[in-house]
Write a protein that binds this ligand. Structure first.
Ligand code: ATP
Ligand code: MG
Length: 873
């Protein structure tokens, strides 16, 4: 079975069992402070488990794009070294949200593996949770009994808390689990060591393929477990491992998921996969990492210098570095794998194909930049080698190794490798120490501690009414404290809220809640998954009241201006620049709007003017907002609504239209009722944010007015300075031209002056034991002129020794010139001499043995310089 059929068979199987096949969530997580990347299929359903939200369907199945490179689940160091852990992998899953539980989950898993996929029963093992006395958790006898119906008892193994109690993170939903492992070893090895002894022992051919998690608890910050409101099933099967098992391979990389890419890169680098450990690892790292990079970019996360973007940049660099070191790639190569991925995933993850050109461009530019850094790093390494040679040492300091790592992206093993090749060693302990210190620093900087929820009400459903009203009455459902470095805040959840939570690039609402005449300010509103969280500095005195909730209307209105203007801008950009323009990110607050989009060159001033004019035209048309809620996603797409990559859309969406022929977008934000309210737009900047991504910043409404008023004021000021000419542009032009003319004239006069001065100096040469000595106090117009003068004299006069005490436009300087032969024969050194003389003008300086200068503070010391110089020879 090829991998595409394996994936299809999984979804078909669970469809038949009443499951709804749903989309993978984006691999990059947006509204969850505890998670950067999706690390398991269950992430997107977290709110269902916690009871924050009702599931749309009770039985669901999908293939989820996962990335395990940070946080609780981090497999990065294994990847490429072993044959069954990836950074990015697909997790096939079936879910029950408060519906079926252990019995069905177990029976169906067994049926799918042994009947649909025909995996041999005598090579499968299952594990159950053995219990844990410390946590006071019992053995999962229930699961054991259900397995017994299908599996021989000696194949059902006990597993400990580490392997058989699944937790998403430090807090959150969790529960006992049952894993299914497969033994892929040859018969003779199985005869020697029974498979059950190798389960969960990190054997590359006895691996876990599926984990059935029975969600029952919520882990609190205190470490305590509380039962969830309902019981759920969450399963996750590694798609690439499953393909290995079904296709009878010994490594994930031998399946059709990876082989085309491996063969491509092997051929390109002239190696054969399977012949050499080092090049094999490099090939595996490369074909693994390009998937993580490609899918992250496709879901909107560009490589960058912080947070998730930095994780992606690091992965990319790791791949480039393996190619550079082990496969001798000195030119960009990674991006050439993107088309293969676009092709392979066209059916399940079309976002790659749709953005193929863009992804290639981004990856390529990153590669080019990193290869340049690598080169600089290698040169730095040469320098370090030289320094060590001079000191007759062979150990590269841990600090230096860390600098190479931190600044140049040289991992320790690369530094160690180059060191070895040059007969040097690295102080690895010192490196580790630096690394630990840096980690501690960033941990401290980011340290927040989120408390557990305190419930005021057992109401669960939260209603957002902010599209229709800015005021309402509401009760607090729950609250918790978040301790941060910059001070603590309290988050509260209301049963009904008019406050828009920051999302889709739109800033969150502010305002207040009021009870019993006492107001509590809402300083921000954010989303956490699907929960709307209000931030306050202090909890209201009585949390059980019914509050009047009021949104700051002015801020909301100005924000809406910017948000609607963003939609108008998006369409205008597409019509002026072309259909390749895709939104790459946006931010709207009450002050500005920022819009990032894919485009491969600078947007010219003419294009900006055209875009601005189109948008202003649409504003004046005063187009009425047409808002539709709960539109089935397919209908919305048929309407031509623009959806964004990397955005998580439910089954029903909201569509915002300003003229069906102009702007139709899927959007959850708040908007103006008619475009006239925006007033006008003014684009204030255009810049580059990353390879292939441009950014436009603009202001609207009152801010646009302020901007224009300010620009006008500047103009008036300039006019006044120019004495109110009729044509201000012409007057400025004249001013500039005149200035250029005058500068030239001054330069010419200076040259003349210096020419005359030179003649005077030449006339004053004295013979001092065969040395042509010139010592004088002079004035020159600029440091450049002084230098020019010094060099001319040095070239024209043999055996010259010259000291000039100079007044350079009011500043004291000393210049010393020594003929080359005097440097050699008499050991004279202009640098040393100038330092000595500079004391007289309270200054310092230096230079080369034949020419040096010094600047100072005391003009009156110039005569002393002359006097001192006279006695030097
Ligand atoms: P392992 O112990 O092998 O690292 P795990 O216990 O971390 O696996 P789970 O968190 O239970 O795995 O994830 C469910 C399934 O996803 C696993 O059974 C496995 O098939 C697959 N899986 C987990 N991590 C990876 C990975 N890094 N690469 C590929 N597949 C993985
Ligand atoms: Mg793991």
């Amino acid at each position: 079975m090829d991998s595409k059929s394996i994936r299809r068979a999984f979804l078909d199987f669970f469809r038949e069992k009443g499951h709804k096949a749903v989309q993978s969530a984006p691999i990059v997580v947006k509204d969850d402070p505890t998670l950067m990347f999706t690390n398991a299929g269950m992430n997107q359903f977290k709110d269902y488990f916690l009871g924050n939200k009702q599931a749309e369907a009770k039985r669901v199945a999908n293939s989820q794009k996962c990335l395990r490179v940070s946080g609780k689940h981090n497999d990065l160091e294994e990847v490429g070294i072993d044959t069954y852990h990836h950074t990015m992998f697909e997790m096939l899953g079936n879910w029950s949200f408060g519906d079926y539980f252990k019995k069905e989950a177990i029976a169906w898993a067994w049926e799918l593996l042994t009947e649909t996929y025909k995996l041999p029963k005598d090579r499968l093992y299952v594990t159950i949770f053995e219990g844990d006395t410390k946590e006071n958790l019992e053995r999962d006898q229930e699961a054991y009994n259900f397995w017994k119906e299908w599996v021989a008892e000696e194949r059902i193994l006990n597993g400990n808390k580490k392997d058989n109690f699944w937790e998403m993170g430090e807090t959150g939903p969790c529960g006992p689990c049952s894993e299914i492992h497969i033994d892929l070893r040859p018969e003779d090895e199985i005869a020697k060591t029974p498979g059950k002894d190798l389960v969960n022992e990190d054997h590359p051919l006895v691996v876990e393929i599926w984990n059935l998690v029975f969600m029952q608890y919520n882990r609190l910050l205190s470490g305590a477990l509380e039962p969830l409101p309902a019981q759920h099933v969450d399963t996750g099967m590694g798609f690439e491992r499953l393909a290995m098992a079904i296709q009878g391979k010994k490594s994930n990389y031998d399946t059709d998921v990876f082989q085309p890419m491996i063969q491509f890169i092997a051929k390109k680098s002239g190696v054969t996969y399977g012949e050499n450990d080092k090049t094999d690892i490099a090939l595996r790292v490369i074909v693994d990492h390009i998937r993580a990079i490609t899918f992250s970019i496709a879901d909107g996360q560009l490589p960058s210098n912080n947070k998730a973007g930095y994780v992606i940049r690091r992965i990319l660099r790791r791949a480039v570095r393996y190619g550079f070191t082990f496969l001798n790639f000195k030119e960009p190569f990674l991006h050439e794998l993107v088309p293969s991925l676009a092709e392979q995933f066209d059916e399940v993850f079309p976002e790659v194909k749709k953005q193929e050109e863009f992804i290639i461009k981004v990856v390529r530019e990153e590669e080019v930049a990193f290869l340049r850094t690598l080169e600089i790093g290698l040169r730095k390494m040469e320098q370090i080698k030289e320094e060590l040679r001079q000191k007759d040492e062979i150990t590269i300091d841990g600090k230096i190794a860390f600098e190479l790592y931190d600044t140049f992206g040289f991992p320790l093993d690369l530094t160690a490798l180059i060191a070895r090749e040059n007969g040097l060693v690295v102080d690895e302990a010192g490196f580790d120490k630096e690394m630990a210190e840096q980690k501690a620093r960033s941990r401290n900087a980011a340290a927040t501690e989120t408390g557990d929820w305190t419930f005021v009400n057992d109401e669960q459903d939260v209603e957002f009414v902010g599209y229709d009203m800015l005021e309402t009455e509401a009760k607090i459902i729950k609250y918790r404290e978040v301790k941060q470095k910059k001070g603590s805040v309290i988050q509260i959840v209301l049963d009904r809220t008019p406050f828009y939570a920051e999302s889709g690039g739109q800033a969150g609402d502010t305002g207040y809640i009021e009870f019993d005449g006492k107001k509590t300010s809402i300083i921000d509103t954010k989303k956490e998954n699907d929960l709307i969280v209000h931030f306050v500095k202090e909890l209201p005195a009585d949390v059980s009241g019914t509050f009047k909730c009021v949104v700051n209307a002015t801020k909301r209105r100005d924000t809406a201006n910017n948000h609607s203007a963003t939609h108008l801008l998006h369409s205008a950009l597409r019509s002026v620049l072309g259909d390749h323009v895709q939104q790459r990110g946006s931010f709207v607050s009450e002050k500005v709007l920022r819009f990032d989009f894919s485009h491969f060159s600078k947007v010219t001033d003419e294009e900006i003017a055209e875009v601005e004019s189109i948008v202003n035209g649409k504003i004046r048309e005063n187009i009425a907002l047409y808002e539709e809620r709960n539109v089935p996603i397919a209908t919305a797409q048929a309407m031509g609504a623009t959806a964004l990559f990397g955005e998580k859309y439910g089954e029903f969406v909201r569509v915002i239209t300003f003229d069906p022929n102009y702007s139709v977008e899927l959007c959850g934000g708040t908007h103006v009722l008619a475009t006239g309210q925006i007033g006008s737009i003014k684009i204030v900047s255009e810049s580059s944010v990353a390879a292939g991504v441009r950014r436009i910043e603009a202001v609207t409404g009152i801010e646009a007015e302020k901007f224009n008023v300010k620009q006008n004021a500047i103009l008036e000021e300039i006019k006044a300075l120019l004495k109110n000419p009729k044509d201000i542009v012409k007057a400025t032009q004249q001013l500039v031209e005149e200035k250029a003319k005058l500068s030239k004239e001054i330069e010419r006069m200076n040259l003349e002056k210096v020419g005359a001065l030179k003649q005077t100096l030449l006339n004053g040469i004295t013979d001092k034991d065969g040395v042509n000595q010139i010592i004088a106090k002079v004035a020159v117009p600029s440091a450049d002129a002084l230098k020019k003068l010094a060099f001319e004299i040095k070239n024209e006069v043999e055996n010259v020794f010259m000291v000039l005490a100079v007044d350079v436009a009011g500043k004291p300087q000393v210049a010393v010139v020594v003929a080359d032969n005097l440097v050699k024969d008499k050991g004279l050194n202009a640098g040393q001499i100038v330092r000595e003389l500079a004391k007289e003008i309270k200054g310092g300086g230096g230079g080369q043995p034949f020419f040096a200068t010094a600047g100072g503070k005391d003009l009156s010391g110039l005569d002393n310089v002359v006097a001192k110089a006279e006695g030097l020879l």
